[in-house]
Design a protein around this ligand. Sequence first.
Ligand code: LMR
Length: 419
Amino acid sequence: MASALPTSFPAEVVPQAPEDPLFGLMAAYRADTSPNKVDLGIGAYRDDNAKPWVLPVVKKADEIIRNDPEANHEYLPIAGLAALTSKAAELVLGASSPALAEKRVASFQAISGTGALHLGALFLAKFYKIAGANRTVYFSSPTWANHHQIFTNVGLPIASYPYFDKATRGLDFEGMKAALRDAPEGSIVLLHACAHNPTGVDPSPEQWAELAALLKEKRHFPFFDTAYQGFASGDLDRDAGAIRLFVEAGFELIVAQSFAKNFGLYGERAGCFHYVAAPSPDAAETKTRVASQLAILQRSEISNPPIYGAKVASIILNDPALFAEWQDNLRTMSGRIIDMRKQLRGKLEELGTPGTWNHITNQIGMFSFTGLTEPQVLKLREDYHIYMTKNGRISMAGLNSRNVEYVAKAVDKVVRETQ
Ligand code: LMR
C-alpha cells in the first residue's frame, strides 16, 4: 500500500467536540431501561401517555396529500411554497397588517426555526453594515443553546443581556433594559416572541411596549424567534402580540418562524423566514432587493426547501375548517401543559417541598426553569431516572397524569437531601 499522507485535520485543528447536550440527553433517556423513566428533556409535545401526538388536523392534511392525484415530488421554488409563506406571514403579522398591504414583507420557507435563524444570521453577516451600526447580536441570558452556534458560525460577534432573575424566577426587566441601553447603537437583539426557551418567562405586554421604545431609541435591530405561536397561550393572536407591536412601531425586522411545535411537525423541518421593511415610500423596493439576495443565499445553502411539511401546514392554513380544527388542537396541547403546571406546583406545595413553586404556574409554554441546581438535576437522573437539562429546565410536556406525582416526590426528596 502506498504510504498515506498525514491528515489535514489533526486534533489541534479539529479537536473532539462535545456531544450536543440535548440530543445526548435524549440518547441517554432512550438507553435507560427503567420502567419509571421520565423524559423532561427535549422540547417536544407528548400526550398523557407520554407518546408523541400527531395532531388530528395534521392527519387530515396528510390524507389530502396522499389522495391528491396531482401530487408529485417536483422542486419547490427557491423561496418555497407560496401558498404556505403568504399564509405564514399573515399568521405571524396578522392578516390586516399594513406591512402586508404595503408589500414590504419578504417571506421564505426555511428548514424550520433553525434554518430561518441561520438564513437571517447569514443575511445579517453579509449585509448588516450601515455606518455606525454594531454587528454584535445580543441574546437573553440564558437563551436556547443553539442561538450561540448559529450566529457564531456566520462570524457575528455575540453578547448577552440579563433576562432571568434567579431570586424571583421571573424576568430581570431592569437588568435587561439597562444592558440594551448600554449596548452600542444599532446592535442586533434576538428576542423570543413568546414562551421563552429555556425559562418560560415572557415580558408582559406593557414591558414589550417599553422594550420597543427602548430599541427604537437605540436603533437596535430586532430579530424575533417564534417557535411557539398558539402553543404558549392557545391563542395565535396573543402569542404573536410582541412581533405585531414591533411591526406597528415601524421597525425593520426579521422573524424566524418554526412550525415544529405548533403543528407537531418536528422532523419535517417546516418553517418560514420573514423580513419586514420599515414603512417608507421605498419600502417595497427595499423588500424586493433584500429578497433577491435572500434567494441567492437560500439557493447556495439548500437550493429549495422540503415539500412535505410545507404542504401539510399550507393545507391547514388555507382551509378555514381545518384552521379552526388546528386552533382546537393547539388549545388541547397548551391546555394540557397548563394543567400539568398546576398539578406539579400543587403537589410540591402539598409535600411542603422547601422553596417556592409559584414560578411553575407563572411561567408559560413548553418549558419551566425550575431553579433546580445541576447536582440536583444529576441526582434526579441517577436515583430516579428523571431526565432534564443541566440548567434545571423541564419540558412540561413530558409530565402526565401518571408520572407527575412520581416527579414531584422525587424532586421533594432531592431538594431536601441537597439543602
Ligand atoms: C428544545 O429546546 O428542547 C427544542 O427546541 C429542541 C431543540 O432543537 O433544541
